[in-house]
Ligand binder design. Structure first.
Ligand code: 3UK
Length: 547
C-alpha cells in the first residue's frame, strides 16, 4: 500500500469486519478490478460483444479495451501513476467509463464527483482527496475551474468532449498510443476509488473502496439478486459517480459480460424512451423517478417496456403504493434495496417472486444484518432499532477517524443511521433516519449544510432546515428562516434565498419550501428542536415587527 494512503485510512481497530465466506468472494491476493471487468471479457471470447450503448452507437468490449489501454499509456505519459488520485467530473458518457477503467488499470484511485456539485463542494473534495489531475467534461468545466483557485495540488485538467484551444484533451492523450497495456498488479486490498457522501452534518466524507470491495458487491448482490446474463442490458439514471450508478451501470454489467445503456439527463419521458428503444432489461432508478414515470400519460401505450425483466429501486424508501402501481402498469417487479456510499452498494434487498411491498427485503447473500439498540444488542422482532451490517464491503472513511467510529461500531458492524424493524419472517422494514439527513428524491441533503449557506445571506439571522413530507419526492427540504431586524418576508425574498442556495450548493439541495418565523424553537441548552419544526408548530413571522 502507498505510504500517504495508509495513513489516510482508519486505524485497524476502527476497520469494519469484512466477511468473505461465500466461495465466489475468495479472491486471489493480487486483483485488479479493471482486469476483471474489462480484460476478462475482451480477452475471454467476448471482444465482439457489446459493452456500452450510448448516443445511438455501441462500443464492444474489444473496442473499449483498446481505448482504455491507449488512455493508460496517455495518463502515464503525464506522470500519473499508481496511488495518485484523479478526479472525474463527467455525465454518463462512455468517456467516464473509459477513464474509470484506465485509472483502475493503472492503480490510480478514481474520485468520482456528482455533475451537479458546485465549486465550493468540488474544492473541498479535490483538496481532501489530494487529486493531482481531473478528467472533466467540457460542458462541466466551469465550476471546476472556479474551484481551482483553492486547489493548488490539482495541477492538470484533461478535457473530454468539447474542448478549447490549448486544452489537454482526452483524445489527444490517447492518440497514437499502443493498444495493449497490462494491468498493474494491484493488491486486492489496494485503494481503487474514493466516493464522497454528504453525511448528515454537511461536511463530505470520502468512502474508500478497495479493488475487491467493488467486485464483492457484484459477486454478492448483483450475482445473487439480479442473476444477470450476457444478454442483459443495464440502464437507468443514477450518475456513474454515485456508487449506485458505478455499480448498476458499470461494475455489474461488466462483471457478467452484459452491456450498459448510458442516457442523458433524467426526464420521465426520456428514461422510458431509452428503456424502450435500447431494450433495457434491468433498470436502476430511485422511487421518485418510478413515480414520475408513472405520471406520464399513456405510459405503456407510448413506450414498449417488454424487454424489462426487473427494476431496482434504491436511494430512498419504496412505498408499497409505488410498488403496486408499477407492477400493475408494467407487469414488472421492483426490487427495493438499501445501499450506501460507505457499503458501495445494496446490502438488504427484496427477492424476485417473494417481494413484500413496503418492506425493503432480506439481507443480501454474503451479508449479515440485524437490528440493534444503542448498545449494539439485537432487539426483538417488531421492535425499532438501528440497522447494523457485516459483509464483504464496509465503511472506511478517508482521513476521518472522528466519523469512522460513528459508522463502524459494536465490534466491526456498519451502522448506517437508518432505523429499521425486523419482522418475525426475517424481512427488514425501513422506518426513518436517526439524524438530520434529508432524503429527497433519493438525494441526500444534510440539513446543517443548507442552514449554513442560508445563514450567509445578508437578510438571514438564522435558519433551521427539516424534511417535510411530499407526495412525489418522499420529502422535500423545508427551511424555517428568521430574518434580520428590518427585513420583511416576501415571495421575492423566498426566490432570492432559493437562488442563493442553488448557486452555492448542488441545486438539488435548495429549500423547496421556506417559511419565515419569528424565532426558532430551542431546548434550554440552546439546541434547535427540529421535531417541533417537523410538526410545523412554530410562531409565524410577526408583521408588527415591520420597520
Ligand atoms: C438511504 C434508503 C430506505 C438510507 C445507495 C444503493 O443511497 C445510496 O447511498 P447514499 O450514500 O445514501 C445512503 C442512505 O440512503 N437509502 C438508500 N436506499 C434506501 N432508505 N430504503 C432504501 N431502499 O438512509 C441510507 O443510509 O446516497 C443506494 C446503492 C448504492 C448507494 N450508494
Amino acid at each position: 500500500m502507498i505510504p500517504d494512503v495508509q495513513s489516510a485510512l482508519p486505524a485497524p481497530e476502527l476497520m469494519p469486519d469484512r466477511v468473505f465466506t461465500l466461495p465466489e468472494l475468495r479472491y486471489p491476493r493480487k486483483l485488479n478490478v479493471a482486469a476483471e471487468l474489462l480484460d476478462k471479457n475482451a480477452d475471454g471470447g467476448s471482444a465482439g460483444r457489446p459493452a456500452i450503448h450510448a448516443g445511438g452507437g455501441t462500443l464492444t468490449y474489444g473496442e473499449l479495451q483498446k481505448q482504455v489501454n491507449r488512455l493508460c499509456h496517455g495518463l502515464r505519459s503525464l506522470g500519473l501513476d499508481r496511488g495518485d488520485r484523479v478526479l472525474l467530473r463527467m455525465p454518463n458518457v462512455p468517456e467516464f467509463i473509459v477513464s474509470w477503467l484506465a485509472c483502475q488499470k493503472l492503480g490510480i484511485v478514481t474520485v468520482g464527483t456528482m455533475p451537479m456539485l458546485r465549486a465550493r463542494e468540488l474544492a473541498y473534495i479535490a483538496n481532501d482527496a489530494g487529486t493531482k489531475a481531473a478528467i472533466v467534461w467540457g460542458g462541466l468545466r466551469e465550476e471546476l475551474e472556479r474551484a481551482r483557485r483553492e486547489t493548488p495540488a490539482l495541477k492538470r485538467l484533461i478535457v473530454a468532449g468539447e474542448a478549447k484551444a490549448g486544452d489537454t484533451t482526452l483524445n489527444a492523450l490517447m492518440a497514437g498510443e499502443p493498444e495493449r497495456f497490462t494491468a498493474a498488479d494491484t493488491d486486492r486490498d489496494e485503494l481503487a476509488m474514493i466516493a464522497y457522501t454528504s453525511g448528515s452534518t454537511g461536511v463530505p466524507k470520502g468512502c474508500v473502496h478497495f479493488h475487491r470491495d467493488i467486485l464483492s458487491s457484484a459477486d454478492s448482490y448483483a450475482r445473487h439478486v439480479l442473476t444477470p446474463s450476457e444478454d442483459d442490458r443495464f440502464g437507468g439514471h443514477p450518475t456513474l459517480a454515485f456508487t449506485f450508478g458505478t455499480g448498476g451501470l458499470l461494475v455489474f454489467p461488466f462483471r457478467f459480460g452484459a452491456s450498459t445503456v448510458l442516457s442523458g439527463p433524467f426526464t420521465p419521458e426520456a428514461m422510458l424512451e431509452t428503456f424502450a428503444t435500447q431494450r433495457v432489461t434491468v433498470c436502476f432508478c430511485a422511487p421518485t423517478s418510478y413515480r414520475l414515470m408513472l405520471q406520464v400519460p399513456d405510459m405503456t401505450r407510448r413506450f414498449d417496456l417488454a424487454s424489462l425483466r426487473l427494476g431496482v429501486s434504491a436511494a430512498e424508501p419504496l412505498p408499497a403504493a409505488t410498488w403496486e402501481e408499477w407492477k400493475k402498469t408494467t407487469g414488472v417487479e421492483l426490487l427495493d434495496g438499501i445501499g450506501s456510499t460507505e457499503m458501495f452498494h445494496i446490502f438488504i434487498s427484496s427477492v424476485r417472486g417473494r417481494v413484500r411491498p413496503g418492506a425493503t427485503g432480506v439481507p443480501v447473500t454474503g451479508y449479515d444484518c440485524r437490528v440493534v439498540d444503542e448498545q449494539g444488542r439485537e432487539v426483538a422482532p417488531g421492535v425499532e432499532g438501528l440497522v447494523a451490517i457485516k459483509g464483504p464491503t464496509g465503511c472506511k472513511y478517508w482521513r476521518r477517524p472522528d466519523r469512522q467510529a460513528e459508522y463502524v461500531r459494536f465490534g466491526g458492524w456498519n451502522v448506517t443511521g437508518d432505523v429499521y424493524v425486523k419482522d418475525a419472517d426475517g424481512s427488514f422494514t425501513y422506518q426513518c433516519r436517526s439524524d438530520d439527513m434529508i432524503v429527497s428524491g433519493g438525494y441526500k441533503i444534510p440539513g446543517p449544510e443548507v442552514e449554513h449557506v442560508l445563514d450567509e445571506h445578508p437578510a438571514v439571522a438564522e435558519s433551521a432546515v427539516v424534511a417535510a413530507p411530499d407526495r412525489t419526492r418522499g420529502f422535500i427540504v423545508k427551511a424555517f428562516v428568521v430574518l434580520k431586524a428590518g427585513r420583511v418576508p416576501s415571495q421575492e425574498l423566498v426566490g432570492e434565498l432559493q437562488e442563493h442556495v442553488k448557486r452555492e450548493l448542488a441545486p438539488y439541495k435548495y429549500p423547496r419550501a421556506i417559511e419565515f418565523v419569528e424565532k426558532l424553537p430551542r431546548t434550554e441548552t440552546g439546541k434547535i428542536q427540529r421535531y417541533v419544526l417537523r410538526q410545523a408548530d412554530v410562531l409565524p413571522f410577526d408583521p408588527s415587527r415591520r420597520p
